[in-house]
Design a protein around this ligand. Structure first.
Ligand code: PEP
Ligand code: MN
Length: 337
C-alpha cells in the first residue's frame, strides 16, 4: 500500500501514521518527494480498511502499489536514487565509469591498471577476488589477499572499489575492503545472499541473471531493499539467447525500460554483455546513448596473459579513447563524465 500524506503534514502526525501501520504488522518505508511524505506499507494488508486509512489525520490517499516490486518502483520513489561512493555519484548527471581487470592477479597488475583507468577518468576500480568460474580448474581468485591489494591500489589512485561477494559467509570480509558489493549474475536469485547484503550498509550492484527477466531482476533488488538497504544499483550484463557469435546478448532495451519502472541507477557491463574486445566500445557508446547511469568495463594491460576474461578486456589505450568518446555522447544526453 502506498500512503501519501498531505503536503506540510506535521512530523508528529506523520509519525502517528507510521506507528499505526506498524501496529497493523506492516513493514514501513518512507520517502519524501516534492514536500510530501510517501509511505510504503508492505505485508498482509487484509486487516486494514483502506477507506479508514484515508480518514487518518494527515493522510491524503491510500492506494495499491500495483507492481510486484514495491520499494524498487517509481510509484513509491519517483525521484532517481543517487548513490554516493567516493568521487562517484551514481544515478546523478555524472556518468560513472567503473573499470579494472576481471580478476585481481597481483600487486603489480592491480596498481598498473588502477593507475591507468584513474588517469582515463574512471572513479571506481572493479576487480574480482572471489571468482565465479564455470570450471573448477580455472583461476578462482586471490581471495582476501586480492582484496587487500585491490584496496591499496584503489586508495593510491583515489578510486572506490567494487568487488563480487559470492556467498553469505564472505559478506563481512567484502564489506571490510569494498565500497560496493557486487552480486554476480549467477547469484541474482540467491535469496539468502540477497538478504545478507540487504542487512549491510554498503551500496550493492546487482547484476542481472543470465536468463532473468527484468521483473525477476527487480524482484531480486526488492529482496535486498526489503531488508532495509535501499542503496541498490542494477547492472545489465547481457542475457542468454540463441545467438552464438557473441558471449551474451546485451539487452540495451532494459535500460530505458528499467529507468521508467524503477528509480534505481542502471549500470551497463558491455564487457560481459558482448564478450569480444573490439565490440566492447561500440556497445559502451550505445549504452550511454540509451541512458545508462554508468559503465563497468574490463581493462587489462596484458590481456593475453590475463587469468580471466582476457579476450574481452580492453587495452588501456583503447579504454582511454573510449572514455573520450563517452564524454561526447554523455554531453548529448545531458550528462558528464
Ligand atoms: C564479473 O564481473 O567479472 C563477472 C563474473 O560478472 P557476471 O556475474 O556478470 O558474469
Ligand atoms: Mn569477467
Amino acid at each position: 500500500m502506498l500512503v501519501l500524506l498531505r503536503p506540510g503534514t506535521p512530523e508528529p502526525t506523520a509519525h502517528d501514521v507510521i506507528t499505526r501501520l506498524r501496529m497493523a504488522g506492516l513493514a514501513v518505508f518512507r520517502t519524501d518527494h516534492e514536500g510530501r511524505a510517501r509511505i510504503a506499507a508492505i505485508g498482509d494488508l487484509s486487516a486494514l480498511d483502506w477507506k479508514d486509512v484515508e480518514s487518518w489525520p494527515g493522510v491524503e490517499s491510500a492506494s495499491k502499489l500495483g507492481r510486484p516490486f514495491k520499494l524498487a518502483s517509481r510509484a513509491f520513489h519517483p525521484q532517481d536514487t543517487i548513490i554516493s561512493v567516493g568521487r562517484a555519484s551514481i544515478g546523478s548527471d555524472q556518468l560513472v565509469i567503473m573499470a579494472g581487470p576481471c580478476s585481481i592477479e597481483g600487486e603489480a597488475q592491480a596498481f598498473t591498471i588502477a593507475e591507468s583507468v584513474a588517469k582515463s577518468g574512471a572513479t571506481v576500480l572493479r576487480g574480482g577476488a572471489y571468482k565465479p568460474r564455470t570450471s573448477p580448474y580455472a583461476f578462482q581468485g586471490l581471495g582476501e589477499e586480492g582484496l587487500k591489494i585491490m584496496r591499496r591500489a584503489a586508495d593510491a589512485h583515489g578510486l572506490a572499489v567494487v568487488s563480487e561477494v559470492m556467498d553469505t559467509a564472505q559478506v563481512p570480509l567484502l564489506s571490510r575492503y569494498a565500497d560496493i558489493l557486487q552480486i554476480g549474475a549467477r547469484n541474482m536469485q540467491n535469496y539468502s545472499l540477497l538478504h545478507a547484503v540487504g542487512h549491510t550498509e554498503k551500496p550493492i550492484m546487482l547484476k542481472r541473471g543470465l536468463s532473468s527477466t527484468i521483473e525477476e531482476w527487480l524482484m531480486s533488488a526488492e529482496h535486498i531493499m526489503a531488508q532495509g538497504n535501499l542503496q541498490v544499483m542494477l547492472c545489465e550484463r547481457g542475457i542468454r539467447t540463441f545467438e552464438t557469435y557473441t558471449r551474451n546478448t546485451l539487452d540495451l532495451n532494459a535500460v530505458p525500460v528499467v529507468k521508467e519502472l524503477s528509480h534505481l541507477p542502471v549500470i551497463v557491463d558491455p564487457s560481459h554483455g558482448v564478450g569480444i574486445r573490439d565490440k566492447v566500445a561500440p556497445m559502451a557508446r550505445a549504452s550511454v546513448a540509451a541512458g545508462a547511469d554508468g559503465l563497468i568495463i574490463e581493462v587489462h594491460h596484458d590481456p593475453d596473459h590475463a587469468l580471466s576474461d582476457g579476450p574481452q578486456s580492453l587495452y588501456p589505450d583503447q579504454f582511454e579513447e573510449l572514455v573520450g568518446q563517452i564524454r561526447t555522447i554523455a554531453s548529448v544526453v545531458g550528462r558528464r563524465v
